[in-house]
Design a binder for this molecule. Structure first.
Ligand SMILES: [Zn+2]
Ligand SMILES: [Zn+2]
Length: 162
């Protein structure tokens, strides 16, 4: 099950920004390069760290600015999967949910399956999308912990991660 089979929506962030004729300064370009790919969910600090490998003089402020601009353009998603800093996700054009490991913080994309039911009473909200985070343990963390209690219920999601 490859998400990219669904219309190739996961394409290169840099290509999408070019197609928008966004002015690619060296700083914007390295941030976009660092954020490109599948299953990329980086904190701003990590984006900064990796950007510095490509452009040593880049500071944190332009990284934040670039991330915020890309989020505002709808080319990058801003995620708050749980405790901890926000993550940035370039997979902004394909509806997807996330598998979040509560132990190591790993985050994977999963294609959105059936529509998530919208609550009957929205109290005037206009819903434009939804985002679901399945929390549990990734295979590595699951293997590292003692065998799960026999009566483990919906607190853990038994989905196999690729
Ligand atoms: Zn884990
Ligand atoms: Zn994602």
């Amino acid at each position: 099950m490859t998400p990219s089979a669904r219309g190739g929506a996961i394409d290169n962030l840099l290509e999408r920004l070019r197609a928008r004729q966004w002015r690619l300064t060296p700083q914007r370009r390295v941030v976009a390069e660092v954020l490109s790919g599948e299953n990329v969910h980086l904190t701003a600090e990590t984006v900064h760290e990796r950007s510095r490998a490509l452009l040593p003089e880049i500071s944190l402020a332009p990284v934040y600015n670039t991330l915020n601009e890309m989020v505002a353009m709808g080319e990058v998603l801003e995620l708050a999967p749980g405790a901890g800093p926000k993550r940035y996700d370039p997979n902004a054009h394909l509806a997807h949910h996330h598998l979040a490991c509560t132990s190591c913080g790993a985050l994977r994309d999963v294609p959105a399956g059936a529509d998530v039911p919208v609550p009957a009473d929205l109290e005037g909200f206009v819903v434009t999308g939804e985002s679901v985070v399945f929390r549990g343990l990734c295979p590595t963390c699951a293997a590292a912990t003692s065998p799960p209690a026999a009566d483990a219920d919906d607190g853990q999601v038994a989905l196999s991660l690729r």
